[in-house]
Write a protein that binds this ligand. Structure first.
Ligand SMILES: [Zn+2]
Length: 146
């Protein structure tokens, strides 16, 4: 089992940021994530360090949360969904995130292509409507349409 250990410190040796792939310069703040692995009888203990710019650490964390929307624990909601609906929901979530990624990329590559942007928004809205039938729209999605 790995237990990450996160520290922020001054960068002493130039490293590469895991999130943006740009160098982290000596003397600037760095977020170091240390993964400990205590090993087992036939492998020695080892650890892995992953480095981020402080802002990139926040960005990757928020990105992770966006990909794993907050789901409040409400009793009974899950059991109301049939196996088939749950599968449908899973596929919708995947499609939504793929569209979201395309929307993000198109904004970077073609900032003036409003047609493409609004087409993607329309597709995302359609998925939201389908989601209503299979358990509801994750709260975080609504904010993403802006
Ligand atoms: Zn970075």
């Amino acid at each position: 089992m790995t237990i990450p250990n996160v520290t922020m410190r001054w960068c002493r040796k130039q490293a590469t940021c895991r999130w943006c792939n740009k160098p982290i310069e000596i003397g600037t703040p760095i977020v170091a994530v240390l993964f400990w692995n205590k090993g087992n009888p036939d492998s020695r203990r080892w650890n892995v360090q992953i480095c981020y710019h402080p802002q990139c650490w926040v960005d990757q964390g928020l990105d992770y949360l966006n990909r794993n929307p907050f789901v409040p624990h409400r009793r009974g909601v899950k059991s109301k969904l049939s196996e088939e609906d749950r599968k449908k929901r899973y596929l919708l979530v995947r499609r939504f995130h793929a569209l979201e990624q395309r929307k993000k990329n198109s904004k970077l590559d073609y900032p003036d292509n409003l047609l493409m942007d609004s087409r993607l928004t329309k597709q995302m809205t359609d998925i939201m409507l389908d989601m209503v039938k299979v358990g509801g729209i994750p709260k975080s999605w609504v904010e993403k349409l802006g």
